[in-house]
Write a protein that binds this ligand. Structure first.
Ligand code: GTP
Ligand code: MG
Length: 558
């Protein structure tokens, strides 16, 4: 996708060139969606891959060649990589599950004198070496895959050297998005957890959802997991029409919520007592969506395990679909999420802030509102659905098309820079006090209730996904959108800076937007922000941003 986008970004302006480019983009876009697999298919492939994998704690000087030679005694290794998180770890994927069985067969139980072991064997192992590390190993080591994003200062310096805002946006996306290795690790952690849950429910599966799989995950984001017990839920069961049949005797509870709570309570207890590497387990069973939260130390992931959360899985599928339809969707979401985090619009602490999920829905809505629209509405996706796509969850219609090739796209050739600027302008003047954001209809609707920000939950349409947001957080968001629009309208801010004497060029384009903005100065500028685009009017007024620590660091090339 990013390669295609790169070609797309190198376009120049000219009417017939634009027409030819529009056609190329349309072709590119249809290639992207035709080649895409639905999330359901991707998940099944990744799950199977994870079941053939093991996670091994290694020594920092473990010799990669020797390590692989030793492990391949158990069978063909398909892929492996090393990473660092509280020590060095290796993910090793074998070609067949028999190899994993053979490896586990040969593993030993740790011999300890003052403690006792919980006798639960898993695919999380430690590499031990009876010979002390010989000198030939001293230089060995292994190449480690990064599992975190670059620090913001470093990213800002790199973006300052880019030659256009479009490049800055793709560069940011590439630096932040989950890597192939990180995705593999996420599925492997789910698979390890699955082994614990399967002790009680052999037919269950633990699947990742949310930003780990919806295409909008940033390195370091939490791992949302969903315990899928649908195979034994009694839903979609066909009753025999006549004759004798047997049914299971099962314990009953007062509600589905009570069942979810008791299952999560037991699994949470198992994770706490028996799960190697799982620490800080908290059972948050009275939340609207009950969950078990813990840290998985070997991967470094903060994990949230839920059950019976099929609607969230559907919204994950929907966001994934939107991200696959057009490469500009992901780029814009990453950029807006990064911008929002930098300015404290979003936070890792729960509170009255806009969440990443709400922000993503806002970007989707904005892209549906382009002329012509860049992505279709949820109602349009529902119309395109086939009989196999029908999905009703707890009375909510969650049907939408799964075959991407059936989705017609309009030929909108707006650049990322244009879209970014239009996004800020769109929300700087959005009638939040009266209207609700609705991606099902792709049109703002009258607000059904008094609340500062109303974003209709796409599948549970009576709910507002941004119910938590208060007036002051919404005002800050709007003020920051106004400030950012104004900054992007200043021509001098949008021209790449030249390198001077080997120093990093000064901040420009997207970099300016990622530096502290002076929201207080926005009100005075509100009326002027459209005229400010003229070339002679590029000097900032009294409300301008003062050079910050980040800026000084860049100016010094530090
Ligand atoms: P980050 O974890 O911040 O990277 O993003 P995320 O999309 O994973 O968000 P989060 O972990 O908060 O939630 C996980 C998933 O739960 C989301 O992707 C949604 O599918 C769903 N979700 C989160 N918040 C809401 C909400 O308010 N309403 C609904 N219906 N679903 C939500
Ligand atoms: Mg998440």
């Amino acid at each position: 996708c990013l390669q295609r986008l790169d070609t797309f970004l190198h376009r120049s302006i000219g009417s017939d060139v634009v027409a030819a480019q529009a056609e190329a983009v349309r072709r590119d876009q249809s290639d992207a969606k035709d080649g895409s697999k639905s999330l359901y298919v991707v998940q099944a492939e990744r799950q199977e891959q994870a079941e053939r994998s093991v996670l091994i704690s290694c020594h920092s000087r473990t010799n990669e060649k020797k390590f692989l030679k030793d492990l391949s005694k158990h069978g063909d290794i398909k892929k492996h990589f090393f990473y660092e998180s509280y020590g060095v770890y290796a993910v090793v994927e074998f070609s067949s599950q028999e190899s994993v069985a053979s490896l586990l067969e040969g593993a030993t139980i740790p011999a300890v004198s003052h403690e006792s072991m919980v006798p639960f064997k898993s695919r999380l192992l430690s590499l031990r070496n009876l010979n002390s590390l010989d000198s030939s190993n001293q230089q060995a080591g292994q190449q480690r895959q990064p599992q975190t994003t670059p620090p913001i200062n470093e990213l800002i310096q790199r973006l300052s050297r880019d030659e256009s805002i479009d490049h800055q946006i793709t560069h940011l996306t590439e630096s932040y998005q989950l890597t192939e290795e990180n995705i593999r690790l996420r599925f492997l952690v789910c698979s390890l957890l699955n082994d614990i849950a399967a002790a009680y429910f052999p037919e269950c599966t633990i699947k990742p959802f949310g930003s780990s799989v919806n295409g909008f995950g940033k390195l370091g984001c939490d791992l949302d997991m969903f315990l899928d017990l649908d195979g034994i839920s009694g839903r979609n069961v066909k009753m025999p029409k006549s004759g004798l049949f047997l049914e299971y005797q099962m314990k009953r509870a007062s509600s589905e919520r009570a069942v979810t709570q008791s299952i999560l309570s037991v699994i949470g207890e198992c994770v706490d007592q028996f799960g190697p590497g799982c620490v800080g387990v908290q059972k948050i069973l009275n939340a609207r969506c009950p969950l078990v939260r813990f840290a998985h130390q070997p991967s470094g992931f903060q994990c949230d395990l839920t059950a019976n959360n099929r609607v969230a899985m559907k919204s994950t599928e929907l966001l994934y679909l939107y991200g696959e339809l057009d490469p500009r969707v992901r780029c814009l979401v990453f950029t807006i999420r990064c911008w929002a985090r930098t300015h404290g619009v979003t936070s890792s602490i729960p509170g009255a802030w806009i969440t990443n999920f709400s922000l993503t829905v806002m970007v989707v809505f904005f892209l549906q509102r382009r002329n012509p629209p860049i992505i279709p509405t949820l109602d349009q996706l529902r119309e395109l659905a086939g009989p196999a796509d029908k999905s009703v969850i707890e009375g909510n219609d969650c049907t939408f098309v799964s075959d991407f090739s059936k989705i017609p796209l309009h030929s909108n050739t707006a650049t990322l820079e244009q879209l970014l600027c239009e996004f800020f302008d769109f929300y700087a003047s959005f009638p939040f006090s009266k209207m609700s954001i609705n991606i099902r209809k792709g049109k703002e609707q009258n607000k059904p209730e008094v609340t500062p920000l109303h974003i209709q939950n796409p599948f549970e349409t009576s709910l507002n996904v941004s119910k938590n947001v208060n007036n002051s957080q919404l005002d800050r968001f709007v003020a920051l959108c106004q400030e950012s629009t104004w900054l992007l309208q200043q021509r001098e801010n949008n021209t790449p800076r030249r390198h001077t004497g080997g120093n990093t060029p000064g901040p420009w384009g997207l970099v300016q937007l990622l530096m502290p903005l002076q929201v207080a100065g926005v009100k005075g500028r509100k009326g002027k922000r459209r005229e400010a685009a003229s070339p002679g009017d590029s000097v900032r007024g009294e409300g301008s941003v003062q050079p910050t620590a980040v800026f000084q660091l860049i100016a010094m090339g530090g």
